[in-house]
Design a protein around this ligand. Sequence first.
Ligand SMILES: [Zn+2]
Length: 917
Amino acid sequence: MELKKTLTMPRGTFPMRANLPTKEPAYVLQWHQIGLYQQLLKHNEGKPAFYLHDGPPYANNEIHAGHALNKILKDIILRSKNLEGYYVPYTPGWDCHGLPIELCVTKSGVDRRTTPPAVFRKKCAQYALGQVDRQRQQMLTLGVLGDYDHPYLTLNHDYESHQVEIFRDMALQGLIYKGLKPVNWSPSSESALAEAEIEYKDVVAKTIFVRFKVTTGNSIVKPGDFFVIWTTTPWTLPANLGICLNPRMTYGLFKTEIGNLVLLKDLALSLQMKLGLAKMTLLKEFKGTDVEKVVCKHPFIDRDSLVMVDDYVTSDSGTGCVHIAPGHGLDDYRVGKKYGLPPLCPVDEKGYMTKEAGESLAGLFYEEANDKVIEILKANGSLLLEEDITHSYPHDWRTKKPTIFRATAQWFCSVDKIKDKLLKEADTVNFLPSWGKVRLKNMLANRDDWCISRQRLWGVPIPIFYGEDGEPLMDKKLFDHVIELFKENGSDIWYEKEAKDLLPDRYTNPHSPHGLFTKEKDIMDVWFDSGSSFNGSDIALGHPFPADVYLEGNDQYRGWYNSSMILSVATTGKAPYKQIITHGFLVDQNGEKFSKSKKNGIDPVTICKTFGADILRLWTTSIDYSTAEIKLTQQLLQIVSEQYKKIRNTFKFMLTNLMDDDEGHGFDTSYVPTALDFTNQLMLNKLKVVLATMKKDYDTYNFSGVTDTLTNFFVNDLSSFYLDFSKDTLYCEKKDSILRRNTQYVLYTIAKSIDIAFSPILCFTCEEIYSYLNIKDKKVSVSLEKYPSLGEEDLNLTKDYQLLVDLRNHVNALVEPVRASGVIGSNSEAEVFYKPVSADEKALIEKLGNKEVSRILIVSGFELASENKVVKHSGTKCDRCWNYFDDIHEVNGNHLCSRCLDAVKDLPLDPVQGESK
Ligand SMILES: [Zn+2]
């Protein structure tokens, strides 16, 4: 028999090639078939709950790498909490209403204007559900677990009724009101437009410079002086309520032949030429803020025009004095609001001037009003100059006609009234990263009242009835009735029935003496939909509230974190989350954001098909997800693949060394060592430290820490140390020698516990490894195991382990030059005489014994000495284990050491000169 055949070499079928793209879908199917998510819930029923509330992605298009990052991070948290024995419900959600879906349905050939609303909405719902299905399939390929068969959808009947509950509770507290606000308005289609429905085209516009006479001055400007404004939309002048200056920029009062004029000092020279003024003498110089609240007279309407200041005023064009018509522009509206000016809008929905614009303008189409306004200004001497410019102007994408800003009635949520409470609640929340607290608080503090109405069809209708006098009826009975109707039928019923059929039986209200009612046509902002999810999902489904964690991209401080906070505080008095975790955005190798138009994104589904989802999951733990910009490139995925191979191969080594023969005999996993040798004690203690470190990193959501700890352990402690020196033991010792069994015991313990501990990250691979582990009491999935706990770390053993690692480094540093010089061919030829660097090191060596130290250091001899010295071992090489010995046995022409002789003595030996390992 050949000596080689007397060695116990690694065995088994665990494949080195992962083949993830083929294997992963089978696991997804298997988990679904065994109902793994439901089993986990049952498994941990009655234990403390951990609840992560899913932020609903928008139900449109394929999932992108950002979704994948988000869902994988959530899944790692959920899986790790399950292992730790928490009860972990998780209901994924989708945001299903809104304009992008309306636009997709319109683009597919459905005309919103001619299709009955209820029919159009059915098509939107169909489209959204199709998108949900597609995204769900794609998400599942990432290996995520959750109640994917019963997600919360913002179009579900239950969800809509819970959303109206929130609206009701806020309305009854006086937190919902109707007011005016300018919106993009298309006179040609008589409707409000969203930004996405607007195209910009170059047009020639009439611009005018107009002077406004001061009536109430101050120490700087006097009655009779003028402010000069410039506008590209003369027809908005009838709606002028003020003039806005930049508070910090420098203005001048200039003496000219047409009066004393106020304008931005830097623009004076160019304006003098433009206006053709002979002289312009600077009388006074001041900041915008110095003339705040001066009052001028409207140039042709008997009305004041207030001088205001705001930072949005720039020195790019005009005069630095901006005409403010709060009913015709968003900045105008905002500035006007600050000074208590109403959004006056003397233009009707068809674009015609109303009586409020003055007798000579009333009834004119707004474009015709331009000429009339110029004529009036010319006649009364207020017009300083009229000129044509070409500029880019918004147009209705369907009718191709110009659009205007027009104040219309909108519904608002009063943020002001609850702002103090919002800020107080934000203080109770934990943030990761910690700067999130300031970000969220700033967003909340600076937030204006929230305009929650949209002039669209695809959404939850604003559930308001009006009396005959036009009064919106804030009546609990009405809201409760609508909530029941929506629960039963969904909100489509609002469009399928008339107002009278949506009221409770025999409903009366003093605002409708004749029993006539109308209903609101607007729908709610989609942020009201998703912001209601704490009620629509958590409270409704009996999930814990507030949620332990919300985890989304860092843009959600402005979005979902914000709207959820407002709606939750308004109705429950509490923040909906205990902790907010955010991640950044993905960029390509040049640091550019992934975008559809640039085609620079990497599609997660393709990654799963080429690399495998586990590679993508491992990648999410290779980054600091909290940084603003996260790189994802093919090259990085390649690097992560290499890292994956190392992890897999280390597992393979451990698994294949647990077998003793091809018949499946091997390590009995019920084996408990009676007295574990010191070296293996050190390894098990090291494993305890690794497991505890990984757990701490899971608990602080530091997933790159988990992977770093594992990789270090596998590469530095196992591959290049423990497993390396254990090869001799595993291959050459008698199969059932105590040292070999103890080593197998340690291998098994490491493989099993690390497999479980790392399964939240490499969910597929760890499931595969689990299937190869010969575990008593095996579960149907590694996920149903408990996070391994091997007891408390022994600090003395930790210290000794470090001493041992250092000793190895010291000795290697001595052996290496001797090997390089050719005196010895390999470490196993070396005999080392060693002078310890410390008393502790000496004590450790004495504790281990020279023979054990030789085994660990893979040298053939080791002795304590007063001088360091490495020599070639003077003994003979054992033909079986290749170590050198002074006492060697010659058997049938083979040289065998005592250990090897003992290992083979019961085997029939062949006289053939044996080859060895
Ligand atoms: Zn030997």
